[in-house]
Every structure is written in C-alpha cells, then in structure tokens.
Write a protein that binds this ligand. Structure first.
Ligand code: ZN
Length: 491
C-alpha cells in the first residue's frame, strides 16, 4: 500500500532521548510505517512528500498540564497549541474537569466555564468528538469539580454517603478512560478537604490504573510540607504521583526548588513513584478570585499581579496592579479589591510574577520533569504568553541559548516521558507502528514570539505538524484537518 505521507531528509529526534539521526519517514493512514531510507518507489500518486531539508522531525509535543477542557469545544482548531507543535493534551488539571457535571450547571471556578450538556466523561467525549478538534486529548477527573457537584461549597469533610458518591464518580470516569485523578488543594473547594478524603478518592483512581496529579496545598512557605502530603497520598493510595507546575512561589521562598526535588528523589529511592511538570516562565496565572480573600487582600501578592482578562474593567487588561495603583493614587491591594467586588470581578484571570528564574532552570535540569503549559485558554484580553509559547520557549531559550538541557533530552521530556506517564499508547516516539503525531522544526530558528504585552502570537520555526497521520499545520497555515482523538487511558 502506498504511503500517504513521506518526509525525507530529516534529522530524526525520536523522543527516546538518544542522539538525532538522519533519515526519512513514511506514514500510512494514522501510523508511521517506516523510518530510515524510504525509496522513491514508495511514492504513490496520492502521496504527499515533504523535503525536511535537514530540519528536526520529532514526535508531536504533549502538553501534560492544560485547562483546555472547554477550549476543545470553543476553539476546536486549537491553533494556540498546534502552532507550538503540540499534538496531545492532558485536560482536567488542578482538580477542575469538564466531567462529571450536571447538565446546564456551569462550574463556578472560572477554569471550565462552559454550560455542560453532559453528565459524565463519555458524554463530554461525545461533545468534543462532535466538533472534531485538531489535537488529541486525555482526561483527568478533577476533585474540585466532583466535590462541587456532590457537596457544593461546603467547608467540611464529606459524610460517608457523600464520600461514596464522589468515589463512584472517580470510578466511573476511570472506567470511561480517564488517566487519573487531579486535585487543586489551594483552590475552593479542594482546600476544605482533609488528606484522608483525597486518599480515598485517589484509591479509586489507583483501582483503575490511573495516577494522582496534584496542584499541591501549598507552593510557597509550606512547599516541603505539601510535597510530603503528595508523597503520603501516593504511597497510601498506591498510585503514581504527578506534581503539577512545580514551583517555589514568593520571593522569600526562591531557591528552594532544589530542596523540594531532593525530597522527591529521596522518596523515589525508597519506592515512591513521583514525577513532575513545569512551565518555562517566572509568572503563574489563574482565576484571581481564587488567590485573594476579598476582605483581606494580601498586599505582597497584589504588587506582582498583572491583569490578563478582566471583564469587570477591560482597560486593566495587560496592566500591572502597581502601575494602576500609582495612577489612581491608591494601593495595589485596593485595585485588586475593587476588581473583585465589581460585577463579573469573579471572572478575572490574573498573571502573578512569583517564581525565580534559577528555580525554573533547576526544574528543567531534572530528568523527571516534563513540560506542561498550564495555559488558561481565555483568548479575550491578554493571556499569559505560555498559552502560545511554552514548547518553543523551552527549545529556543533553555536548549539553544541557555544549554540547560540538550535538544534530545528536551524532546524526550515533551514526548515519550509524558506519554508513558499518562498512558498514551503508541505515542511519544518516532518508530514503526507508532501513531504519526509529528512536528518538524528548525532547532536553530524555533522561537516563541508570545510576550506578556503581545501574547497571542504563534511561534516561528515550526514548518509542519501532523496529527494521526493528517497534516494539521503546514508553513503557518492551519489545515483544519480535525484529526485529533479523545483517547482512553492505556488503550
Ligand atoms: Zn494548578
């Protein structure tokens, strides 16, 4: 059978971490059928052939930390991901997942924000498949979403019946192909849960072969205690742990990522199974109402806040609270309070400059740290540039300029490590029989162009992205192939 796509004259960086090599690659339908030297006789009349000109051909990147649940429905072209070379996403992070849900009841967190027409993961999968998204996805089931569904905003431990209902939601999602259970223990309502509740629900995910992905209870002053809790949950519930967007937040805590990684290394040496992800920026971003007590706004945090989307006062978008404070003759905390008390103030997404650059590099040096964007896909306003720039920034800045890690190692941490961890089968490597999720880029030219001032910019230096054997992006043009699949864990 003739190949549908042949890429010749590439430097293949295959995702294993091994050195790149020169070669060609052939795709038939959704899979890679040959790697090596592909003779001209393989070209059929309908074969698309591409001369890579020596550029780097690697597995499509996997964004292990996204909040793209609703984006898959609202922006099925997922241009901000495809243009980074991303072909697969893990959704449902930080305890917020689109499923389970109650029909018509919007998640109040601000991270999902879509009116569900489904109740469970199968229903959400059908909704996503109906819009033919351009990228693959895999779902975590989120603690905050389950807890809100079952207990509302109750600030107490669940009753036996409530815990049982939550457990059944986790079990059902695992049966419908979720890859694990996620928490966001700084957020409402997750912050009101005790460790035992999380362990009970994580156990249900363990029973389905899943992992536990956590936005830990603390990422600042009590980071190490929070790491201990994550290790304890993994050990007691008996499942692997993914520590999400590993950071040491707040100036007084900078430089402590090494101690946190050492603790994780020590636990792994004693039989724990912990991996991590990081985004390559010194600012975080998320729903502002979750970070502040409106009656007692933290002045230190207020000073490092920038507005991404601010439907209450759109003129604030792209501005630092400290600059607005000077203009208005008030404190930065007063600016935050004013926004939060305004109508639609709860829909503000902020950017917070809380991370040390040296800590970002230390994270990226560690062999168990994957790349995850944590992008908030609110395209109104000025989102954090990680939404468009994460993967190219790792390759441009940390590989090419800073030499923090090699090209091959960076690709491994964006592909095979991620796929193996989250249960993407036959993905994350360039090899015969693997799915043809591919990215072709020039390692000397690839550049993230998204900035805080101008964040909605697609990267340059990526010439081709293939999803399930279909060309999704070529020379800057999105083809609209819509070849992404909503995948089942380990299937
Ligand atoms: Zn998070």
């Amino acid at each position: 059978m003739a190949s549908s796509l042949i890429v010749r004259n590439a430097t293949i960086v295959d995702g294993s971490g091994g050195p790149g090599f020169s070669g060609d690659l052939a795709v038939t339908d959704a899979r890679i059928t040959a790697v090596g030297t592909i003779p001209a006789s393989s070209d059929g009349p309908n074969t698309v052939t591409i001369d890579a000109g020596g550029a780097c051909l690697s597995p499509g990147f996997v964004d292990v930390h996204t909040h793209d649940d609703r984006a898959l429905l609202r922006h099925p072209g997922m241009e901000f991901k495809l243009s980074q070379g991303c072909t697969s996403l893990v959704i449902g992070n930080c305890g917020f997942s689109a499923a389970p849900a109650a029909v018509g009841r919007t998640d109040p967190s601000g991270l999902i924000g879509v009116e569900p027409t489904w109740t469970d993961l199968d229903g959400f999968r059908a909704a996503v498949e109906a819009v033919r998204p351009s990228v693959n996805s895999m779902a975590l089931i989120g603690h905050n979403s389950i807890r809100t569904l079952v207990m509302g905003e109750e600030r107490r431990a669940p009753t036996v019946t409530e815990l049982d209902t939550m457990r059944r939601h986790v079990e059902a999602a695992m049966g419908q192909g979720a890859c694990g259970f996620s928490t966001g223990l700084i957020y409402r309502p997750g912050r009101w849960s005790q460790t035992d509740e999380v362990i009970e629900l994580a156990r249900a995910a363990a029973g389905g072969g899943g992992l536990y992905a956590t936005h830990m209870r603390n990422e600042g002053d009590r980071l190490l205690t929070a790491v201990d809790e994550a290790i304890h949950i993994g050990r007691t519930a008996g499942l692997p742990v993914q520590i999400s967007h590993h950071k040491s937040a707040g100036r007084r805590n900078w430089g402590r990522i090494g101690a946190s990684l050492a603790k994780i290394d020590a636990a792994n040496a004693e039989g724990a199974d912990i991996t991590l992800d990081v985004y390559p920026y010194t600012a975080g971003s998320g729903p502002m109402a979750q970070y502040f007590d409106v009656d007692n706004v933290d002045p230190e945090l207020a000073e490092v806040i920038r507005f991404a989307s601010c439907p209450a006062i759109p003129e604030y978008e792209g501005r630092m609270a400290v600059d607005l404070a000077v203009e208005e003759g008030v404190s930065a905390a007063a600016i935050i309070e004013k926004v939060l008390r305004s109508p639609k103030g709860d829909r503000t997404v902020c950017i917070q400059f809380i991370i040390d650059e040296a800590d970002v590099e230390e994270n990226l040096r560690h062999p168990l740290v994957m790349v995850g964007s944590d992008g908030i896909p609110d395209l109104k306003g000025r989102p954090h540039p990680r939404l468009f720039g994460t993967f190219p920034k790792v390759l441009a800045h940390y590989v090419r300029h800073r030499h923090v890690l090699s090209l091959e190692e960076a690709v491994r941490r964006m592909t095979s490590l991620s796929c193996d961890r989250f249960g993407f089968v036959d993905r994350g490597r360039v090899g015969e029989g693997q799915f043809a999720d591919l990215v072709l880029f020039d390692p000397a030219a690839i550049t993230d162009t998204a900035t805080y001032d101008d964040p909605k910019q697609e990267a340059t230096g990526i010439s081709l992205v293939v999803v399930n054997g279909q060309i999704a992006l070529r020379d800057g043009t999105h083809t609209g192939a819509g070849a992404g699949r909503f995948l089942h864990h380990n299937r």
